[in-house]
Design a protein around this ligand. Structure first.
Ligand SMILES: [Zn+2]
Length: 293
């Protein structure tokens, strides 16, 4: 999980959301959740609603941590507009731009659902999970919000023991930070979900392979070297100057790393490379790769 890039909506779409939200906020508290659900279900029922959510989806896609990939598990297609604060408990955030991110169906409808945790009272270190039918005791989230928080500070990828689980960051000391990490992992189950963990292992191998390829490209002297390194002669264009072609392949190799799923694995390889024998050597040979993001 990584912090999302931020972006702004057009004034027209921003106003559209504000109007929808005002229709919810004008009701008494007990009526808001039902109204929020109805308005959300019908959000594309008008021309203006359709246009607004097309723009919202487009911008959220651009904000994804990797190409249209779920911002929670970093594996599946980012198909759903997910409310970080669930609209069931926080209807006053149903049409709030800052409360959206794209997630996959599995994360959104099988794990997150309307689960959430908050600190109660606000500002304390005591976190409680939301209970259906009860009003939230505060809106002080005990959940990592990747629109504003840097998840890498809260949870760490277990690279040194090769499990590739996500766990509470060992450097945390503030009980509030520990609670945020704990409830995020508990609710999303992204730390140990088997399919996600296996995909992270494959991503780690891919990134190592591409780093080695990049390293080989640095030492390439001939077109034959390039063909051998990229393992496909058709990819090498001998009509281009050798240096131009070598540079093009270096850029393509770097792009293949940055466009791959599981960008957290890549970021953690950079952050933890000193503790990882094989990876440490690769980054020491190519320190520029420590800055690729
Ligand atoms: Zn997901």
């Amino acid at each position: 999980m990584l912090k999302l890039k931020s972006d702004l909506l057009s004034a027209v779409t921003f106003r559209h959301l504000a109007n929808k939200q005002a229709a919810i906020d004008s009701l008494i508290v007990s009526k808001r959740a039902d109204r929020a659900q109805t308005l959300w279900d019908g959000k594309k029922g008008s021309k203006s609603g359709e246009a607004a959510f097309l723009e919202i989806h487009t911008i959220l896609c651009e904000m994804c941590v990797s190409t249209e990939i779920c911002n929670y598990c970093e594996q599946n297609e980012a198909s759903d507009v997910e409310h970080i604060y669930p609209k069931t408990f926080f209807p006053e955030r149903t049409f709030l731009w800052d409360n959206y991110l794209l997630a996959c169906k599995t994360c959104n409808t099988r794990h997150k659902l309307d689960q959430f945790a908050v600190f109660a009272p606000s500002g304390s270190s005591t976190a409680v999970e939301m209970e259906r039918g009860k009003q939230p005791p505060s809106d002080d989230a005990a959940f990592i919000n990747p629109r504003i928080d840097d998840p890498l500070k809260y949870i760490q990828l277990q690279l040194t023991d090769s499990t590739l689980h996500l766990a509470i960051h060992p450097a945390l000391t503030d009980p509030r930070d520990i609670a945020k990490a704990y409830y995020t992992l508990k609710i999303l189950q992204i730390g140990t979900r088997k399919a996600v963990v296996e995909a992270r292992k494959a991503a780690l191998k891919f990134f190592q392979h591409r780093l080695k390829r990049y390293q080989s490209l640095l030492g390439a002297k001939t077109y034959d070297d390039l063909e051998e390194i990229v393992e496909d002669p058709d990819l090498v264009d001998r009509t281009l100057g050798f240096e131009v072609e070598r540079q093009r392949m270096k850029e393509a190799t770097k792009a293949s790393i940055l466009n791959y799923a599981h960008p957290t694995v890549w970021r953690e390889m950079q952050l933890q490379h000193q503790s990882l024998r094989k990876i440490k050597q690769l980054f020491e040979d190519m320190p520029e790769a420590l800055l690729w993001s």
